[in-house]
Design a protein. Structure first.
Length: 158
């Protein structure tokens, strides 16, 4: 299959160890279950350098196991190439959005549509709050939001 016919989405948060790898894993499982995973390039990244090379937060991994979602990811930072190669860059909060828009201004061949993942939430919860300093329940809340948003995004782009 020609890469130009594939759709692509990059999920982004601050450190790429909590919210964005959860969204990536949820979306990958969803596309797999629908039989369209090969139609998509799916990844996640960070706006910061804080966690580069680290695996997802252990609480996020436990949450994903509880929901039967496979998660394999190593944190990385968003690159200029990401802005030129992904169709969609979906981030978690206003700070991520500001950082991404600022970085996008330095990209000559910008392709990606940059928006909040929460814009797809049928429950209208625009922001997916960082669970890093929270509890296991906060990770469950992120999972639930990502599930709703990813379903609506996939429905919208199928």
């Amino acid at each position: 299959m020609a890469s130009s016919s594939r759709k692509s989405v990059l999920f982004v948060c601050l450190g790429n160890i909590c919210r964005s790898p959860i969204a990536e894993a949820v979306f990958r499982k969803m596309t797999t279950e629908r039989g369209v995973v090969n139609d998509w390039r799916i990844d996640s990244a960070a706006t910061s350098t804080y966690e580069i090379g680290n695996p997802p937060d252990h609480r996020g991994q436990a949450c994903m196991r509880k929901h039967g979602v496979s998660m394999r990811h190593v944190a990385r930072q968003v690159t200029k190439e990401d802005f030129a190669s992904f169709d969609h860059i979906l981030c978690m909060d206003e700070s991520n959005l500001r950082d991404l828009n600022r970085k996008a201004n330095a990209v000559k061949n910008l392709k990606a549509k940059i928006e909040l993942l929460g814009t797809y939430d049928p429950q209208k919860q625009l922001i997916i709050k960082d669970p890093y300093y929270g509890s296991d329940e906060d990770f469950d809340m992120v999972y639930d939001q990502c599930l709703r948003c990813c379903k609506a995004f996939l429905d919208n782009h199928s």
